[in-house]
Ligand binder design. Structure first.
Ligand SMILES: Cc1ncc(COP(=O)(O)O)c(C=O)c1O
Length: 429
């Protein structure tokens, strides 16, 4: 393998350190490097490629748009491509689910959508504090970073205080016997607890970067009820868990919870193109024209592919059924692996699944071993101790099985090796 070390790219680069080669092309769930070597991609742009690389129908629509001289950059001008996307999200996603939302396009990355959502919640409620949860990840611009738990990312803000956020315990954080929604309820009901009434609760239904922690429907409903009771808005950050990653289009479907605001990015363009948006209840649309703007809110190439993605994958429930089936396949491999070492656990929901192997070192050894065998796979969690399977939702079963057999082989070897191998199956201290 050729290790390509760039000389002028900033030290801040990260994924290219874990996967040290130069990639040249991609198709579906496969990546190819400059030597022609094939890799399976179970990182999938960190869930920005739920439909795989270079979907042929999206590619055709994109090429046709470009050759016809279609609009590429449109600020927030009305364009044919934007109209088509708005029609498709309304007709194929919102209306069939009984959801009445307006769509706000923000700057093109997830953190831009989070910034817009919390800013709007503060503007509408006239309150400043946002309740965010332990292990939550919402982006790295200052507002979203304040809501993000991870100290590695928070530390980069230097001496600037990350303010305006109160941290609460996520579902299960204090163990299975503590209802953390009840804890939050208690402090918000107590006028001398020191907790100011918040503008919003910002929550992931399944925490991605935080280690694939799913919230139960009951917990989520209690948070939603509490938000309503204390006059706060419920923001579901569906940037990683949305667009089918957990099965349904939105991760909160089936929970009985209808958020006030929803953030979407990553796979909303369908093709890995930058695009982000906030869905907001119409009565919350209290922005004045241009009050929250951004040059790149009108990526028309993303609108083109996003419309195709919605038509192709969300006109019926086939993809959701495929995700359920593929998720069972992934679990059927992970569960016996979790049994190899006391303390190892299967995490996640749907095709946002993983194996908690206890330590950073063991997880890093697994991802490195997988890469050597032709599988791109990453980690998540507070200590990067969860090996995270984020295969494209469209991965053919045969490739999913191939990738999972690499995971299984490498995990078996690692479990028997010096990092874990105490000889008696215990995780090394
Ligand atoms: C749940 C969630 N919110 C927000 C973000 C930030 O998105 P971006 O990296 O596009 O700014 C991420 C990124 O991983 C995420 O997982």
């Amino acid at each position: 393998m050729t290790i390509v070390e760039p000389t002028i790219e900033s030290e801040v680069r990260s994924y290219c350190r874990t996967f040290p080669t130069t990639f040249t092309s991609a198709r579906g769930s496969e990546l190819f490097d400059h030597t022609g070597r094939r890799y399976l991609d179970f990182l999938a742009g960190c869930s920005a490629l739920n439909y795989g690389h270079n979907d042929p129908d999206m590619a055709d629509a994109l090429v046709a748009h470009l050759t016809a001289g279609g609009i590429t950059h449109g600020l927030d001008l009305r364009t044919e491509a934007k109209d088509r996307f708005l029609d498709r999200i309304d007709r194929l996603i919102l209306r069939p689910r009984g959801l009445d939302y307006r769509v706000q396009f923000t700057g093109p990355t997830g953190t831009n959508a989070v910034e817009a959502a919390i800013k709007l919640a503060r503007k509408v409620t006239g309150r400043s504090t946002v309740v965010a949860f332990t292990n939550g990840f919402h982006g790295v611009t200052l507002g979203a970073l304040a809501a993000t738990g991870n100290s590695h990312h928070r530390g980069a803000s230097g001496p600037l205080p990350l303010s305006g956020v109160t941290r609460a315990f996520y579902d299960g954080y204090l163990g299975p016997d503590v209802d953390t929604a009840a804890v939050l309820e208690a402090v918000l009901d107590d006028p001398s607890s020191g907790f100011d009434p918040p503008a919003a609760f910002l929550v992931e239904v399944v925490q991605g970067e935080g280690g694939l922690n799913p919230a139960s429907a009951g917990w989520l409903r209690r948070i939603a009820d509490l938000a309503r009771r204390v006059g706060a808005l419920l923001i579901v950050d569906d940037i990683q868990a949305g667009c089918g990653r957990t099965g349904p289009f939105f991760s909160f479907e089936g929970t009985g919870v209808v958020p006030d605001l929803v953030t979407l990015s990553k796979s909303i363009s369908g093709f890995g193109l930058p695009m982000a948006l906030v869905l907001l209840r119409p009565e919350l649309d209290q922005w004045r024209p241009g009050e929250h703007n951004g040059t790149f809110r009108g990526n028309n190439l993303a609108f083109v592919t996003a419309a195709v993605a919605l038509e192709k994958f969300w006109s019926d429930d086939r993809l959701t059924l495929d995700v359920d089936r593929r998720a069972r396949l992934v679990r059927s491999v992970l569960e016996p692996l979790a049994g190899l070492v006391p303390g190892w656990r299967v995490k996640g929901r749907g095709l946002m699944a993983g194996l908690d192997v206890g330590t950073t070192e063991v997880a890093a050894a697994v991802t490195a071993g997988c890469f050597q065998r032709g599988l791109v796979i990453e980690t998540a969690g507070p200590r990067d101790q969860v090996v995270k399977v984020l295969a494209p939702l469209t991965t053919p079963d045969v490739q999913l099985a191939e990738g999972m057999s690499i995971v299984a082989e490498v995990v078996h070897r690692t479990a028997a090796g010096p990092l874990v191998g105490t000889g008696c199956g215990e995780v090394a201290a």
